[in-house]
Design a protein around this ligand. Structure first.
Ligand SMILES: C[S@@+](CC[C@H](N)C(=O)[O-])C[C@H]1O[C@@H](n2cnc3c(N)ncnc32)[C@H](O)[C@@H]1O
Length: 207
């Protein structure tokens, strides 16, 4: 390494949230303040209101509490995470639940079957801002017309993260080209790290 080599100025991988080592370190240490340890109520209500099971992707699933819940309702669920330690944690949470649990990068993953739903919780806010446009593009590519993006968005002015806050106009700019927002409300059962700054939203893919 020398001082003119840009890579020599880059932080170590376990300090960069775009790298799996960042998350492996935190799961390995048990430092997971984002982990609700349960299924959030808005998701439970959303699932109960659907007329039929939805083929669902959970990107950046972490411990994957929601994946087991949806699978127990006979929803076909793929839960992905690029941290092998997160996947080990999810495997112990899920036991023999029939979730398709895959260690992969969201930006590389290809769906084996068409999706009805992408469930968002603490994934977008885990991504550095430089990846947000790619996130929105990939979400829009993965969902067919009428498909839903539903979940929790960390809507606030918090530039340092993770969690990285997103302003309402930034979220609109990311999603409105391809989606119409059909639900938006405050969250009543947030855990402390998100409390008062989290919204449940559902976005429908335009045709
Ligand atoms: C803040 S945690 C949230 C975990 C879980 N969604 C939850 O609500 O508890 C963010 C997760 O996203 C994963 N992650 C970050 N970037 C990823 C990527 N490009 N592909 C797949 N997983 C990723 C991390 O490994 C981590 O488990």
């Amino acid at each position: 390494m020398n001082e003119t080599d840009p890579s020599s100025r880059e932080k170590p991988a376990d300090q960069r949230p775009e790298h799996p080592d960042f998350w492996c370190k935190r799961f390995g240490q048990g430092t997971t303040p984002w982990d609700a340890g349960r299924v959030p109520q808005d998701l439970a209500d959303f699932a109960a209101s659907q007329p039929a099971p939805m083929t669902t992707l959970i990107p950046g699933c972490g411990s994957a509490w929601e994946a087991g819940f949806l699978a127990s309702r006979r929803w076909p669920v793929t839960a992905i995470d690029f941290s092998p330690v997160a996947i080990d944690t999810a495997r112990s949470v899920l036991g023999d639940s029939p979730v398709d649990l895959v260690c992969t990068d969201f930006f590389q993953w290809q769906p084996p079957a068409p999706l009805d739903l992408i469930y968002e919780r603490a994934f977008l806010c885990a991504l550095p801002r430089k990846l947000w446009d790619d996130w929105a593009r990939r979400i829009a590519e993965l969902l067919p017309a009428g498909g839903l993006l539903a979940g929790y968005f960390f809507v606030c002015d918090q530039p340092k993260g993770p969690p990285f806050g997103i302003l309402p106009e930034q979220l609109d700019a990311l999603l409105q080209p391809a989606f119409e927002r059909i639900e938006d409300r405050p969250v009543a059962d947030s855990i402390p790290v998100f409390a008062g700054r989290e919204r449940w939203q559902v976005w429908k893919r335009k045709g």
